[in-house]
Design a protein around this ligand. Sequence first.
Ligand code: BGC
Length: 400
Amino acid sequence: MKKLIAAVLACMMTASMVACSNGSTGGQSSAAAPSSEAALDAAGSAASTPAAGGKKVGISMPTKSLERWNRDGSYLEDQFEGKGCSVELTYSDNKIDQQVKDIENLIADKVDLLVVAAIDGDSLSNVLNTAKSANIPVISYDRLIMNTDAISYYVSFDNFKVGQLQGQFVVDQLGLKPDDKSKSYNIEFTAGDPADNNATFFFNGAMDVLKPYIDAGILKVPSGQKTFQQVATQSWDTKNAMNRMQNILGSYYSNGKTTLDVALCSNDSTALGVTQAIGSDYMGSNTPIITGQDGDEANLANIIDGKQSMTVYKAVANEAVATLDIGMAMLDGQKPDESLIKSAGWKFDCSYDTKSYDNKKGIVPSYLLVPTVVTKDNIQKELVDTGYYTMDGKYPKAKK
Ligand code: BGC
């Protein structure tokens, strides 16, 4: 009986693969320099061959409360719909149980492909086993899903590099040199959610650049909080980051003499909280260097206003295009590998990595896009001229 069901399922899979296949792997994507039309059009597969339709793609995003996932969700939806697929898009309000339920429902709705950005990388093993048993392939989107062999690919940015860019920005701004100990600076760290596998990559990337200066006493950490666990922020939440920074400022910087030179924040939602804490509770007269990541609108406004120094921008429109082309190839019965990068004709840089992302069940083949540093000086060029944002008066506004 089991065999019969498996055979029927396999047949249905094959039939629907053929139905969805459009005979291309989305090879006409282009995204490096989107026209001002819309970032999505520019980043998107040209989709000149409408798919036969009938394929259903389930997209599970973590939450609407962190700005970027709204963009990811709608880019992904538009991309797959542009290829004739139908899309079910869910947001799980940063609640792990909710995400498990959402994915269960997508499986029950018989999606042909799952694209999942996990809230907690460790909590999806069971539900993804169910997906595997139903022959539904899974792409781990942006965040690596741990402890499961049900995922085929990981699509993200080079997360370690994101942290390195933040660290290097600090080094450059302060003009640090490894053997120049004539001056020292104070730094505090704010990292991301421990449940998010990316968070340690960001932190370790930043530390990779900054630790030598900490070890040499050139960078000092008055709070003494230097380990990931000490500086992590539950749920990447702005308020949590703000509260912690207020405590640090109250405990270690309230004498009016200790200067905070740098607040290294892993992303924009945490940078926003840290900036608020500095605005309300910092006694010093300098403006600390504050790093971020994502290009959230409020943070870009802070960058323009000189309250945040930089953000690491990750063009999620391109991440959606990569996911589309990998997903369509899989739905077409192919096993994408490094060669897809060339054949897809992406105009954005992407590397194929089969070493870095071990999810404790094995190395997950990864497509990693390249992040960019955005400051007040290059916002126009990197975000507005490229078509990702429009200038809304003084501040950039995301197009999606
Ligand atoms: C993403 C970041 C984002 C963070 C919070 C991470 O997994 O890679 O871009 O800032 O989650 O949403």
